[in-house]
Unconditional design. Structure first.
Length: 313
């Protein structure tokens, strides 16, 4: 038997790449893949064999995934988000770390700052775009890294506060939302014309800060004001640094595919399954960002897997 055929095994590289594509890109279950092989390809293949085939994809993506993890610590800006993940009834968390042309997924047992340290280390100094969750506060405090808290989440909190029955609180929310809208209008205008003077945007940011801090004597409104009084610089960092986004939408968009996939598959069953999903999700999202075919990328990884030095970057 020729060596390259022995190395590919029972299922060839091209069909293996197609099964991985259907499994995680099209959210097809192992049962659906077995039906596809039986009814379309005319081959009776067990689900156990399909699992082994997908694990071969995982092995071929190990080197590129490790390279991607190592690159994260050198990225100047990262947007980070997390979502729940299930494994045999146990609670895990899927984290996404999105840079300009790279998205890396990591499944961890904790939602705390330890998960961030395990991926980024304790000395990361790049800017982190994130929501207001406590884990990010702790990590930013421990490392001294600058943060950009998501203004979209802050707007949602303001709109929730608007449902308060007190007229004074409603007027406060309306003033804050009006100042926020002006800030975003100026931000979008500057994105279209980066050479334009940014002083007007800086002034709009300071007006927003004053408006939110000047809250009525209502516990919920005072909580909003305190949040901006303490972390106002982290909400308005994008004004001084144009390369930073004011929201965390980039990370939320990257993790949306994972949420759909976990709903279809009910999570994972083993550490091997966890590794497979981490690596495949990373390949799918990164290929989409770079505008390249994830199928061809997986096929390339499978073809060169015998020699790690030739693994695709």
């Amino acid at each position: 038997m020729p060596r390259h055929i022995r190395r590919e095994g029972f299922v060839g590289n091209r069909l293996t790449a197609a099964l991985a594509f259907l499994n995680l890109k099209a959210h097809a279950s192992h049962t659906a893949l077995a039906a596809f092989l039986r009814e379309v390809c005319g081959e009776e293949v067990s689900r156990g064999q399909i699992v082994k085939t997908l694990h071969r994809v995982s092995d071929s993506l190990e080197a590129p995934y490790r390279e991607a993890l190592g690159r994260l610590r050198k990225e100047p800006i990262l947007n980070i988000d997390e979502t729940g993940h299930r494994e045999r009834g146990r609670r895990f968390w899927t984290w996404v770390f999105r840079a300009g042309d790279l998205s890396v997924f990591h499944i961890d047992k904790t939602r705390g700052a330890k998960a961030l340290k395990s991926v980024l280390g304790a000395k990361y100094k790049g800017t982190i775009g994130c929501d207001y969750y406590s884990s990010y506060h702790k990590y930013l405090k421990d490392t001294g890294a600058p943060g950009q808290f998501c203004l979209a989440h802050f707007i949602r909190d303001l709109r929730f506060l608007k449902e308060h029955s007190e007229p004074e609180t409603n007027r406060y929310v309306n003033r804050s939302l009006a100042a926020m809208r002006r800030l975003f209008r100026l931000h979008h205008r500057l994105r279209e014309n980066p050479e334009q003077d940014r002083r007007e945007l800086v002034q709009a940011g300071e007006k927003l800060r004053r408006t939110i801090i000047d809250a009525p004597s209502n516990p919920k409104a005072e909580n909003i004001a305190k949040r901006f009084r303490v972390n106002g610089d982290s909400y308005l960092r994008f004004i001084i640094h144009p390369e930073v986004e004011p929201t965390n939408n980039r990370a939320e968009q990257a993790i949306r595919h994972v949420v759909i996939d976990c709903a279809a598959s009910q999570g994972t069953r083993s550490p091997n399954g966890r590794a497979y999903k981490e690596r495949m999700w990373t390949a799918i999202a990164t290929c989409a960002q770079r505008g390249v075919s994830v199928f061809n990328y997986i096929l390339d990884a499978l073809t060169t897997t015998a020699n790690p030095a030739t693994a695709p970057p």
